[in-house]
Design a protein around this ligand. Sequence first.
Ligand code: FEO
Length: 393
Amino acid sequence: MRQLKENVLEVGAIDWDRRMFDELIPLPAGTSYNAYLVKGSEKTALLDTVDPTKLDVLLDNLVRAGVRTIDYIVAHHGEQDHSGSIEQVQMLYPDSKVVTNAKCKEMLVEHLRLADEAFMVVEDGQKLSLGDKTLQFILTPWVHWPETMCTYLAEDKILFSCDFFGAHRAASGLFVDDEATVYEAAKRYFAEIMMPFRGPIRNNLTKLVPLDIEMIAPSHGQVYNRPAFILDAYRDWVGDGVKNQVVLAYVSMHDSTRTMVEYFIGALMDRGITVLPFNLRDADTGQLAIALVDAATIVIGSPTVLTGPHPKAAYAAMLANVLRPKAKLAGIIGSYGWAGKMPEQLTAILSNLKVELLDPVLARGYPKDADFEALDRLADRIAAGHKELGILH
Ligand code: FEO
């Protein structure tokens, strides 16, 4: 239990040991499920709960905070790492109401066993007085589900943002104490769940502009007491600008593809392009996702397994397709033994990307002079594309 301001407490749980989220997202630094208690002169509100695995920590913190009554449980988001303990908290505080928007109510009814009368539905911009403190609800959809919202506590100038601006990071300090480390964690989080929703997030950032915000209190990671740090980072990530970078995700079985990849890295470097290679044999998908946030070009390198791409290359293509980064160009390089439709299959997987697909470079067996020349032509084409974008001079 930690205090943000007088009568505003963090009462959630730190999960030091969790290493995967959704059985998909690596969590190298653990995470936290932040819940906030706002004690007004007349009413008390709990903002979000915790993952059900940490319910005991939340309940212990509520006891330690001397909470006898909870009037409102604000649900910013229906996902279970924040909503999954609402039912148990409401059983202990039976007079409480679950305060949320209509869409989130609909989702909570589906995900939890809450009765209709458990809810108080609020509209965008609506205020709720706790006496000397006032909660204002701001609908911020699609960060990263359709029902997400924030709460602004005007008297203390705190924005409670739930997943928005979050970072999977377990830390004992309440406030951000190392911006470089938090930047990396927040970018990983953005890349893995927020990136496909850049448009709605841009709108939400605009919606927050009129608010006088001194602190941003997310539901994962530390509290930002210098909000400009994370607001500026988000503006950059959701913007249209790309960087002079090629993400090169590859895997190789018998060194043909690896030889092409190494040659191609050199060819790109010779042309002044930054290369971010990821050997998919053991790449951290979080690092790969981070690299996809800014890169102008994505290239997948794959051998042919039987008649198609190596499954690890297909996975990387599928990940990029799901995350929908803002890259402008994409290419495929690789090798085959006797036949196959590796490029066609990878191209089909990348169907969500709004990119210009460059001609693939495919070597039969070990690459030969003609294959290296084709890689040079591909590097030339990427350099020309980056010049057209104004990111290579
Ligand atoms: Fe942290 Fe979308 O839940």
